[in-house]
Design a protein around this ligand. Structure first.
Ligand code: ASP
Length: 421
């Protein structure tokens, strides 16, 4: 896609997002009957079908993309020590950004006190799911059956399998060269599929936004005003401050260039509420607009979509403080440290799909002895917060990918600095 076409596409996606948001909000505001023509045939008919097909097509690409892209990347990185360094740096940065995110959340939430004076709904109900043990999470990273891992979309297992294949290919001499060429060709084909899908993205994003906002219950924000805006405030601070400082000081790059190029991906993340579904677009943008070489991007981005959720951790930090205050339970300093550690670890092994943050929140609450039913209090506004925190989640992935690439000499500066797209 040439630069002018890309610029047009970015503009169209943003237009699709905002017009969808406005139209959906208008439908919601007019309070149109659920059995009426507009609701049945358009909002929950045509637009819902369009949005669902768009999400399905994005998801369709995730497994083939991660496999081919990462196997290619690993097969090109024949230097084992370098691979280990990139892996270590990536995981460390993901943990660091998440720990900063949740610390910010706790700091700001304990200053604003969003839960003080809240009157509890006595019928609050939330059934917590059984949390997997840390041991199980670690063992489950390794696949026993790669096809099942792919069929179930188990991203960490697909990542491990792809890396192993890539490493084997790089050590195989002549046959390895043939397989690598074929993997590179397949990677090109999947990338082309993403570009084809991006052509219809403005319509897909528009459909998703109309349906979501027409059906969204904004009334809940009224009671949870302070909670809602505390989460939004911390998300904004982390997004605008933490990431720009890291990009500026760890990578020595202009944060403005980074945000400008990455903006369309945030629109996808916002409208799909899923880091996983956004993954094809994140990877395409990180490689072709930010200039991160495939060797680094193919590993950092899929891993980030699965284990790095800064926005989710922020929601969990604020929610913990909110629920503790609403139930008038004091959390000690060790309790807060527990929250930081658990929320940072909780996101590992949980796929980036809509609403998963609430499930892992149960884990965090249990760790510090807070009632899990408290989650019922905040469910009403979670849909909208999910959209915003997913946009922050994917930005965190791209930030780390850019820093790792820059410090490893794997960032194409000509692409990063080009201003024509
Ligand atoms: N929807 C988020 C994501 O996919 C996860 C969550 O916070 O629920 O990144």
């Amino acid at each position: 896609m040439d630069r002018a076409a890309r610029a047009r596409l970015t503009r169209d996606i943003l237009i699709g997002m905002f017009t969808g948001l406005l139209l959906g909000s208008l439908v919601h505001w007019l309070d149109i009957s659920e059995d009426g023509v507009i609701s049945v045939y358009f909002v929950n008919g045509l637009f819902d079908i369009g949005g669902s097909i768009f999400i399905a097509s994005l998801k369709l690409l995730v497994v083939p993309l991660v496999f081919f892209s990462l196997a290619c990347g690993a097969s090109n990185l024949s230097d084992g020590a370098k691979m280990g360094r990139i892996g270590g740096k990536t995981v460390l940065l993901y943990l660091l950004t998440t720990a900063i995110a949740i610390s910010l959340a706790l700091l700001i939430a304990t200053t604003i006190d969003p839960g003080v004076g809240i009157h509890l709904a006595t019928n609050a109900e939330f059934a917590a799911r059984e949390a997997p043990s840390m041991k199980q999470v670690l063992v489950d990273i390794f696949p026993t059956n790669p096809l099942r891992a792919m069929a179930e979309g188990n991203m960490l297992q697909v990542i491990v399998f792809a890396i192993l294949i890539g490493v084997a290919v790089s050590k195989c001499g002549e046959p390895g060269v043939r397989v690598r060429n074929s993997l590179n060709d397949w990677n090109e084909v999947v990338m082309r599929l993403i570009l084809m899908l991006m052509q219809v993205a403005p319509i897909g994003v528009f459909c998703l936004m109309v349906t979501l906002f027409a059906n969204m219950g904004f009334e809940a924000i009224g009671d949870l005003f302070k909670y809602f805006f505390t989460v939004v405030l911390v998300l904004a601070v982390h997004f605008a401050l933490t990431y720009s400082l890291l990009i500026r000081f760890l990578a020595g790059l202009s944060p403005l260039d980074f945000y400008r190029k990455f903006a369309p991906v945030m629109a996808y993340a916002f409208s799909t509420s899923s880091s996983n579904a956004t993954l094809p677009i994140t990877l395409e943008t990180v490689e072709h607009r930010l200039g991160v070489k495939n060797e680094v991007a193919s590993f950092t981005v899929p891993l980030g979509a699965t284990i790095n959720m800064d926005g989710t951790a922020i929601m969990q930090g604020v929610a913990t403080v909110f629920i503790a205050q609403a139930f008038s339970i004091d959390i000690s300093l060790t309790g807060y440290l527990m929250v930081i550690v658990t929320a940072t670890l909780a996101s590992i092994g949980t796929a980036g799909v809509p609403g998963v943050g609430l499930i892992t929140l149960a884990l965090v609450l249990q760790q510090v002895g807070l009632p899990v039913e408290g989650i019922a209090l905040i469910i009403g506004v979670d849909r909208l917060l999910d959209m915003m925190r997913t946009a922050v989640n994917v930005t965190g992935d791209a930030t780390v990918a850019t820093i790792v690439a820059r410090t490893e000499g794997q960032l194409d500066m000509a692409v990063f600095e080009s201003r024509n797209d």
